[in-house]
Design a protein around this ligand. Structure first.
Ligand code: HEM
Length: 491
């Protein structure tokens, strides 16, 4: 009896969703309109951005991506959905963000998971102080020290065969973020090993991405061990130490000196659970993102060897026999280096898909005229926009020069479609820190080493294995390095 009842209810729900739902006229595959459960398989395989790219090619710029969800790849819609003014300012964050809160012990919201925009904007003001130009200046020496330490460690292993450049970038990213965030790194560069808390975090993110499709699943599994809570335990312990013992001296004023209200400029104090949620966010948002970007930049430059050599020459022309450690010069005087980084962020955006919003009560009209009713989940697809030939000519090719020149006749370069760092008031607060890290690391790497991908490394297979698990997950990138015999390479 219960079986018949369940089947009847499910069938009625499916019929309603296909034929009577207010989103029924938005094109898209039927299976997506029926239930979000079908997305779980795609997400467990990390295929979301690629699947959405195919679906948008088939069904158009605005598609139905769930029973009450739409996906958009029109760059003009970014400001409508995420902008500071207009309907975006009345959107709330989508259920995926709630799920990330539910999957922690403290159940506290961080800067990224507070639901409404006014709440977010108030909290962001406190964070902004930790990312002002002055504050970032104070992080530079720490970034450069960690770059040098990583280069030194890689150099020591030169004779041992190939090194996994992705792994070293990851250790660098986590150590920097722990140190400039709250004065305590993970010592991964020094030890050449992944810390236990980080191993668990990495195994947990794929579950968060997949289960976030059906957020209510968390209550079913609430009692089961969850790898994220071990990472959270480390964060809580570290933050307690930070509060008790103060800044450790890795940097004079770490990000948390602002969040804890130690700096007069903000003077505001959040509750401990909120602060621990913010500390977790800082590590998660600031580590894998930049480290993936710098590793894949080096991969792209090695897979297209002429770029490795040309960037090496560019850095040599600018710095001569001095260390490439002037971040201002790396930004202003090394256009090809910056072109390689931006082209990598375009081809492989570390956050590749869907930043969910829920439309305001009155709904919103997208620039192409499509009306999206209120209380609909809406997101854009960064990967698909970056690879759309209407936005960038030869979108699948690695062409760093497109960032250096005015587009030629017939060439397309739509900068409005580049959204690797998100958009508007919720866009990446750490963008300038990330560029510092990426420029400094890549420049010091090419300055110190001649390098090539391990012989037999299958470039195509590597690209096809890159997965989106909210952050990018990729196979190892085995690289052989040879320390150059020039004076600036001496450590
Ligand atoms: C290449 C590197 C990076 C990329 C591609 C990237 C990308 C992004 C994106 C797409 C968002 C928007 C997320 C959303 O709306 O839910 C974001 C937010 C954020 N990022 Fe980054 N990020 C990078 C590096 C960093 C770094 C180094 C830090 C810290 C130093 C950082 C801290 C944050 C924080 C705290 C937020 C939340 C902002 C808010 O909600 O107001 N990110 N990032």
């Amino acid at each position: 009896m219960a079986g018949i009842w369940s089947i009847t209810i499910t069938l009625s729900m499916f019929i309603y969703r296909i034929f009577f739902h207010r989103l029924r006229k938005i094109p898209g595959p039927t299976w997506m309109a029926l239930s979000k459960w079908f997305m779980i398989r795609t997400d467990l395989k990390g295929q979301r951005p690629y699947m959405f790219q195919d679906l948008h090619k088939k069904y158009g710029d605005v598609i139905r991506a769930g029973p009450r969800e739409v996906s958009v790849i029109d760059p003009n819609a970014l400001s409508t959905i995420y902008g500071a003014n207009g309907p975006g300012s009345r959107c709330t964050r989508g259920p995926w963000y709630d799920f990330t809160v539910e999957s922690t012990k403290m159940r506290a919201r961080n800067l990224q998971t507070v639901r409404t925009m006014p709440e977010h904007n108030a909290r962001r003001k406190i964070w902004d102080a930790g990312f002002s130009m002055k504050a970032i200046k104070g992080y530079e020496a720490n970034i450069l020290d960690n770059v040098n330490l990583t280069i030194e460690q890689i150099s020591k292993r030169e004779k041992e065969g190939s090194i996994d450049i992705g792994q070293w970038c990851s250790w660098f990213g986590f150590d920097v973020m722990g140190e400039l965030g709250f004065g305590r790194g993970f010592d991964m560069i020094k030890t050449g090993k992944t810390a236990h808390a980080i191993e668990l975090l990495e195994s947990g993110v794929i579950l968060i991405m997949a289960s976030g499709n059906v957020p209510y699943i968390m209550s079913l599994f609430a009692g089961l061990p969850n790898p994220i809570t071990v990472f959270e335990g480390w964060i809580i312990e570290t933050l307690e130490k930070r509060v008790k013992e103060g800044s450790s001296g890795c940097v004079e004023r770490d990000v948390f000196s602002h969040l804890l209200g130690e700096e007069k400029a903000t003077g505001q104090k959040a509750s401990f659970p909120m602060l621990s949620a913010d500390a977790g966010l800082l590590v998660v948002a600031g580590s894998d993102t930049s480290s993936n970007a710098m590793a894949v930049t080096l991969f792209n430059m090695l897979a297209h060897e002429e770029y490795y050599k040309r960037v090496q020459q560019e850095v040599e022309d600018v710095f001569g026999d001095h260390l490439a450690d002037d971040l201002e010069k790396l930004n202003k005087d090394c256009p090809l280096l910056n072109g390689c980084i931006n082209e990598t962020l375009r081809l492989w955006p570390p956050v590749a898909s869907g930043l969910q919003r829920v439309t305001p009560h009155e709904g919103m009209t997208l620039p192409n005229g499509t009306y999206i009713p209120g209380n609909t989940i809406i997101s854009t697809q960064t990967y698909a926009m970056h690879r759309d030939p209407r936005n960038f000519s030869n979108p699948d090719d690695f062409i760093p020069e497109r960032w250096l020149r005015k587009p030629g006749k017939g060439e397309i370069f739509n900068s409005k479609a580049f959204a690797a760092f998100g958009y508007g008031p919720t866009g990446c607060i750490g963008k300038n820190v990330a560029y510092h890290e990426m420029r400094a690391f890549v420049a010091r790497f090419v300055q110190t080493f001649d390098a090539n991908l391990e012989s037999g490394f299958d470039v195509k297979k590597f690209k096809n294995s890159i997965k989106d698990c909210f952050v990018m997950v990729k196979p190892p990138i085995p690289v052989r390095v040879k320390t150059r015999s020039t004076s600036f390479a001496i450590l």
